[in-house]
Design a protein around this ligand. Structure first.
Ligand code: FAD
Length: 157
């Protein structure tokens, strides 16, 4: 099994798209991520997985806080901005939820404090204790097989 086959297989798992954001001394940094999962209801915990080369890694270690912003269908451009896929720099405004930077218009804004950290291979897993949530009534952005998609109703049987 080579790296490409592993990536292709993992890309067959359709996901939403999030922007993880953190703040060090008032300087907000965001990164697009789909490695996000709910972990526990009591206490309320989530997990994100950050690659060892990502600049946001050291920033979350420093701030010990982050937000997860589940992007809406009309926020593909934000996903591309925070994945470094657009050439020119774009200014992005952040709102605040429980003091953490969050993106307006996201389907869900989830404010977290780092609970535990696990280094696994070339990624670091941050378990986040959820401190606040804000929801919007909007359709989510979808990512599948390396492409952005929109949600469609399943055919009823
Ligand atoms: P940088 O490369 O420093 O930043 C990324 C981009 O965000 C840059 O263009 C920067 O200018 C911009 N940016 C940052 N902060 C701001 C701000 N405040 N205002 C305006 N622009 C800003 N990687 C993972 O580690 N885990 C994942 O789960 C993951 N999932 C992904 C899912 C998708 C759908 C995609 C497309 C990519 C995913 N990536 C993931 C890859 C990751 O998004 C990129 O490798 C990213 O560029 C690495 O981020 P960085 O912290 O090094 O940030």
């Amino acid at each position: 099994m080579d790296d490409r086959q592993f990536r292709t297989a993992m890309g067959k798992f359709a996901t939403g798209v999030t922007v993880i954001a953190t703040d060090v001394d008032g300087d907000v940094h965001g990164m697009t991520a789909n490695a996000f999962m709910s972990v526990s209801l009591d206490p309320k915990l989530v997990v994100i997985s950050i690659g060892e080369k990502a600049r946001i890694l050291e920033k979350i270690k420093q701030s010990q806080t982050f937000s997860v912003n589940i992007l809406a269908a009309d926020q593909q451009e934000l996903s591309m901005i925070f994945a470094g896929q657009l050439k020119e720099h774009r200014e992005v405004e952040f709102d605040r939820l429980d003091g953490k930077p969050v993106l307006n218009g996201a389907v869900a804004q989830i404010a977290c404090e780092v609970s535990t950290v696990h280094v696994e291979g070339d990624h670091t897993l941050f378990i986040g204790r959820v401190t606040d949530i804000h929801l919007e009534d909007a359709e989510p952005l979808i990512f599948y097989s390396g492409k952005y998609r929109a949600l469609a109703e399943a055919v009823t049987v």
